[in-house]
Ligand binder design. Structure first.
Ligand code: ZN
Length: 446
C-alpha cells in the first residue's frame, strides 16, 4: 500500500483531466477497474460536469528570469483548476493571487477553484515574505476546455445482487493521507475480497471518483444500482498515526453503523464514533434524502483536524505503513460483520448443553472462562431467533469475530442452526420449542 502511495504521489490530479486518468491506469495494474468517461456539460442532478482541466507547467519568475515559484517542484504551487495566464505584473498586482499559511510558514497550502474561473499560486509564507518589489512574469500553461470527467469502478461479485459500496475520492494532487491513503487501502481491500469472492454474500462495488462532483455524477447515472446498495463506507485519511474515526450514516443506526462502532469500540484506543453531519466527503451525497443510503465514513484523524490537512505537510512522511495495515484490517472486520451477522436458534435449549463432551470447553475448570468459552455461553443463551450475533457481541462485550467463531463451532456440533428469515423468527422458535419440549415429569408439576 505504501509503495502505491509513493508511486501515485507525484501525479497532479484534479477532479478531471489526465492526472486522474493516469492514476486510474496505474490502479489497473492492481485491479482491473473500468474507467468511465462522462462528457463535460452533462447534467447530473442540480450540477453540470465541468470542463476538463489539464496543466503542463506554471511558474513565477523575477526580473532576472529566476523562477521563484515552480510547478515542477510541487504541483501544490498552482491553485488547482487555474485558468491559463501569461503576463508581467508588479508584486502588488500579483499579491491577491498568492496563498500562504502564516501559521505554518514552511508548508505550501492546497487550494482549488473548480467552479469559479480564476488563477493563483500557493507558496510557503516564508518565501512570500521574502519576495522583493519587482516586475514578475507569471505563467500558467493550463487548459480548461470541454472534455470528460473520469472515474474508476470495480465490482467484486458475491452471491447476492445486494451491494456494499466502498468509495474514495482521487482528485487531490500530491497529498498522501488525504486521498492516496484511502485509494491504497481500497485497492488492497478489493484484492482481498476478490481472492475470497466465492465465499462472499454481498457484491462489493469500489468507486474511485473525484470528490463531490464524482459521487453526484455516479449517482445520477446509476440510480438502479444505488437502489441495490445495502451498506457502504466512504474511505479517506487512513494513513496517519491518529486513532480511527467513524462517522455514522444519516440514518445513524444501520448495520454498518453498528458494525463500525462495535469494531472500533473493541479496540479501546481513543477511537471516535460521531454522528452524521451534512459536511465532509461523499457520504453527504450517498446519504442525501433522495438516496438515504446506509453509508458512513471511515478515517483516522478526521479531515480538517490535523495541522497537515490540505498542505504540503500531508506528504509521504506523514503516512505510516502500519496505519495503512491497521486501517485495512478494520475495514475487513467491519465487512465480516456485514457478511456474517445473523440470527441462530439453540437446538438444545433446556438447560446448558454439556460442551466439554463435544470438545468445545477446556478440560480443567476453576479460573474464569476464556473469552471464546464465554462466547459459546452467550450465543447459546441468546440464540432464540430474536438476537443477532452482533446483538450478542454488543451485550457480551466480546469481539464479533470471536462470537462468530463460537456460532460456527456450535453449528458444527448441531447445537445451533441458522434461524429462518423473517420478522417472526422468534415466534416460530417459541412455537418449535413448545412442540419439542420434554414430557412433563411423572405426577405433573404442582
Ligand atoms: Zn481533501
Amino acid at each position: 500500500m505504501y509503495a502505491l502511495i509513493e508511486e501515485l504521489f507525484p501525479i497532479c490530479r484534479s477532479i478531471t483531466g489526465d492526472g486522474m486518468r493516469e492514476t486510474l491506469r496505474r490502479l489497473r495494474c492492481h485491479i482491473p477497474l473500468e474507467m468511465v468517461e462522462v462528457p463535460s456539460g452533462t447534467q447530473v442532478f442540480d450540477w453540470t460536469v465541468p470542463n476538463e482541466w489539464n496543466i503542463h507547467d506554471a511558474w513565477i519568475a523575477n526580473s532576472r528570469g529566476e523562477r521563484v515559484v515552480d510547478f515542477a517542484a510541487s504541483n501544490l504551487h498552482v491553485v488547482n483548476y487555474s485558468v491559463p495566464v501569461r503576463q508581467r505584473m508588479s508584486l502588488a498586482e500579483l499579491r491577491p493571487h498568492l496563498h500562504s499559511l502564516p501559521d505554518h510558514p514552511d508548508w505550501i497550502p492546497y487550494r482549488t477553484s473548480y467552479y469559479k474561473e480564476s488563477w493563483g499560486f500557493c507558496l510557503p509564507h516564508r518565501v512570500l515574505e521574502s519576495l522583493p518589489e519587482d516586475l514578475y512574469e507569471v505563467c500558467i500553461d493550463s487548459s480548461l476546455e470541454p472534455g470528460h470527467l473520469t472515474y474508476g469502478e470495480y465490482v467484486v461479485r458475491g452471491r447476492s445482487e445486494q451491494e456494499v459500496l466502498l468509495s474514495c475520492h482521487c482528485c487531490h494532487p500530491s497529498l498522501a493521507n488525504d486521498n492516496l491513503s484511502a485509494i491504497a487501502v481500497a485497492v488492497a481491500l478489493a484484492q482481498r475480497l476478490d481472492a475470497m469472492a466465492t465465499e462472499l454474500e454481498y457484491t462489493y462495488r469500489f468507486l474511485f471518483i473525484p470528490g463531490t462532483i464524482g459521487s453526484i455524477t455516479w449517482l445520477a447515472r446509476n440510480r438502479g444500482v444505488a437502489a441495490r446498495i445495502r451498506y457502504g463506507l466512504v474511505l479517506s485519511c487512513l494513513g496517519d498515526e491518529g486513532s480511527l474515526t467513524y462517522k455514522r450514516s444519516r440514518r445513524g443506526d444501520t448495520l454498518v453503523d453498528r458494525a463500525a462502532a462495535h469494531v472500533l469500540g473493541r479496540r479501546g484506543d481513543g477511537h471516535r464514533v460521531r454522528k452524521f453531519v451534512p459536511y465532509g466527503y461523499d457520504e453527504r451525497q450517498y446519504c442525501s434524502p433522495g438516496f438515504n443510503l446506509a453509508v458512513g465514513c471511515l478515517t483516522r484523524t478526521p479531515n480538517g483536524e490535523f495541522a497537515e490537512y490540505h498542505t504540503s505537510g500531508d506528504n509521504l512522511r506523514f503516512v505510516q505503513p502500519q496505519s495503512l495495515t491497521d486501517s485495512l484490517s478494520v475495514c475487513e472486520r467491519i465487512i465480516e460483520v456485514l457478511e456474517h451477522d445473523g440470527t441462530y436458534v439453540n437446538q438444545s435449549p433446556w438447560c446448558e448443553p454439556q460442551l466439554g463432551r463435544r470438545g468445545l470447553y477446556r478440560a480443567t475448570g476453576g479460573a474464569g472462562l476464556p473469552e471464546y468459552e464465554m462466547a459459546l455461553l452467550w450465543v447459546l443463551s441468546y440464540s432464540d431467533g430474536e438476537f443477532t450475533l452482533l446483538d450478542i457481541a454488543e451485550r457480551a462485550g466480546i469481539d464479533f469475530h470471536i462470537v462468530r467463531k463460537a456460532a460456527v463451532d456450535l453449528v458444527g456440533c448441531d447445537l445451533l442452526r441458522p434461524a429462518s428469515a423473517g420478522a417472526s423468527a422468534a415466534q416460530q422458535v417459541a412455537f418449535e420449542y413448545a412442540q419439542r419440549s420434554p414430557a412433563p415429569l411423572a405426577g405433573g408439576a404442582v
